[in-house]
Ligand binder design. Structure first.
Ligand code: PRP
Length: 178
């Protein structure tokens, strides 16, 4: 164990098993359709890359990037698009793929934006949910794990852009970020 990781929340094996289950479930739900997976940079890229290989359907992928609204001010709700998807989503079955649902500010904004573009269907898939942190309601159709209100890193999630490449999900010791 690294000296900066207080505890492992989800092991590499646990994540792999859950992602397999999620991919199979998505495959059943969208049987006969072609899915457009939209990943919100950067944290979700690890999850996306594993999840897309577990979905037994034709899938396309695209990416968005949004500005951080400042995590200390989660009620401000100001989210700006830095990079938009490179195609029209109108009439498509769109699944937004995210690493973590926290206050809900980012995903509320993205879901509203996408809905206004008239996709055939729109759902949300997150690996981690922190329900106790929610400030604005967001409906999530596929959730990997419920996470505690700790500073979580690994499997795409960062602290100051580090730790994204840890193969597991862990909680940082407070001394690292205080
Ligand atoms: C994370 C995550 C979501 C957002 C969720 O991104 O990927 O986009 O925070 O938080 P919210 O529910 O409070 O809006 P982050 O800003 O850490 O950027 P990153 O993906 O580039 O690490």
């Amino acid at each position: 164990m690294r000296k900066d990781i207080e505890r492992v929340l989800f092991t590499e094996a646990q994540i792999a098993e859950r992602v397999r289950e999620m991919g199979a479930r998505i495959g059943q739900d969208y049987a006969g359709k072609e899915l457009l997976l939209v990943s919100v940079l950067k944290g979700s890229v690890v999850f996306l890359s594993d999840l897309m290989r577990e979905i037994p359907l034709p899938v396309k992928i695209d990416f968005m990037a949004v500005s951080s609204y400042g995590k200390g001010h989660t009620t401000s709700g100001t989210v700006n698009i830095l990079k938009d998807v490179g195609q029209s989503v109108e009439g498509k079955d769109v699944l937004i793929v995210e690493d973590i649902l926290d206050s809900g500010v980012t995903l509320r904004y993205i879901m509203d934006l996408m809905e206004a573009r008239n996709p055939a269907s729109l759902r949300l898939c997150v690996l981690l949910d922190k329900p106790e942190r929610r400030v604005v309601p967001v409906e999530c159709h596929y959730t990997g794990f419920t996470a505690p209100d700790a500073f979580i890193v690994g499997y795409g999630l960062d602290y100051a852009e580090r730790y994204r490449n840890l193969p597991y999900i862990g909680a940082l010791y407070p001394f690292v970020y205080n």
